[in-house]
Design a protein around this ligand. Structure first.
Ligand code: GLA
Length: 409
């Protein structure tokens, strides 16, 4: 992992979120409009996330370096005595989902409610007794943009149940339970990165997470020196279209090859060195070889990048971001012309250290690391050039590293 010195944690005040107060008041009044006034109302905040580097490595037992971001999900909730759960969402006005924690919880309609159904079912399966509740999900995170709105909703709903019940559980356990919910109820075979950072992020820090054993180091991301800028291609990425699952399969095929040919103790691509991979060139099918090359090189790059961030060597860190993008584009083939364009354009602005596609790919967002004073120029440049080329304005979010899930009220 990165140098031990970087584990030194400076607790910065919780990131100030200017729109927090008004959106909180709005969410509460919307809750009362839908479910009626009275009783003890709780409000949970769960952030989105962006990954600085370490892409498609989490399901290969590798390293990732995400941060939680300021755009977030609020869950406004109140307990019920009859075991019923009623869910509403500001993103899907007029739709109400209902199920009972006292009966077997099935997948159902509307589709977005499966996040809530899955979380309730998996918490119960883990032996955690749940109360009924009314809950409103209020989202300032774009849906389907690769900023983990689904993990934020899942962790937010789980925390809502736990808060009403007066229970606490270990955050890593919560991440594993909600990951299972996403696999079983939303049907997307995601890795563990998103839930772990949404639950366990620290303000002012990136998390260097080892997805093999969930050990981590928090690396300072100094808001005086750095801003994270996210630009949205406005192309919704769909993890369940099959491409993501196919990449996972291809990695497994790679592992099978190394297990048979080299060492039976190889459990995942994390255990394969670049030297072992190179010696398999020509023996592995070409596509599988390139998929493995991305993963093996990306794990090394992530380790390296975290150490560079610790040393505040932002120029070199930025280079690793560019290498990561090229590898995702050429070897892993998960980028798109829109993501390539935004990453290239971002690098034309003075004060930008690096840029790359982030998340699963096939649309979604790019992430750039920049000096605070470069942010306005970067925003303007990306908006102007992208709109000219693709006839749609990208949404641009500027963020510092936010804290993980919290109970606001
Ligand atoms: C999606 C998944 C994550 C991770 C990334 C790629 O965001 O939810 O688990 O695999 O893709 O790094």
């Amino acid at each position: 992992m990165a140098s031990g010195r970087c584990t030194l944690t400076i607790f910065l005040p919780l990131t100030y979120i200017p729109f927090m107060d008004s959106s909180l008041a709005q969410a509460k009044s919307e809750f009362e409009r839908i479910f009626g006034p009275g009783g003890k109302i709780h409000v949970i905040r769960a952030p989105g996330r962006v990954n600085l580097i370490g892409e498609h490595t989490d399901y290969n037992d590798g390293l990732v370096l995400p941060i939680a971001i300021e755009p977030q999900v609020l869950v406004v909730c109140r307990g019920r005595d009859d075991g019923m759960v009623r869910l509403a969402s500001t993103a899907f006005q007029g739709e109400l989902a209902e199920f009972s924690v006292q009966r077997k919880i099935e997948r159902g309609k509307p589709a977005w409610s499966n996040y809530g159904r899955g979380v309730a079912a998996e918490l119960i399966a883990a032996g955690i007794p749940l109360p009924g509740m009314d809950a409103l999900i209020a989202n300032t995170l774009p849906v389907g943009s690769g900023l983990s709105s689904s993990a934020a909703i899942e962790i937010g709903i789980a925390q809502a149940f736990l808060t009403i019940a007066g229970l606490t559980i270990d955050l890593d356990r919560l991440a594993v339970i909600t990951q299972k919910a996403e696999h079983e109820y939303a049907g997307t075979p995601v890795g563990i990165m998103d839930m772990t950072i949404v639950a366990g992020a620290r303000a002012g820090h990136a998390m260097l997470l080892d997805c093999r054993d969930l050990s981590r180091e928090y690396v300072v991301l100094d808001p005086k020196e750095l801003r994270v800028v996210i630009a949205n291609t406005m192309l919704e990425h769909e993890l369940h279209t099959g491409e993501y699952a196919q990449r996972r399969k291809q990695c497994e095929q790679g592992v099978e090859f190394f297990k048979k040919k080299q060492e039976p103790q190889i459990r995942s691509l994390r255990d394969v060195s670049m030297q072992q991979l190179t010696s398999a060139k020509g023996k592995l099918p070409e596509t599988i070889y390139r998929r493995c090359r991305h993963v093996v090189s990306e794990i090394a790059r992530t380790r390296d990048a975290a150490a560079l961030l610790c040393r505040r060597d932002y120029d070199e860190f930025g280079q690793r971001m560019l290498e990561s993008h090229a590898s995702l584009r050429d070897d892993y083939e998960v980028s798109t012309p829109e993501l390539d364009f935004l990453s290239t354009e971002a690098m034309k602005v003075k004060g930008v250290y690096g840029a790359r596609m982030t998340g699963g790919g096939f649309g979604g967002c790019i992430v750039a690391l920049a000096q605070p004073r470069a942010v306005d120029a970067l925003k303007d440049h990306l908006t102007k050039t992208y709109e000219q080329k693709f006839k749609v304005a990208p949404e641009v979010y500027v963020t510092t590293a936010a804290a993980g899930v919290s109970v606001l009220e």
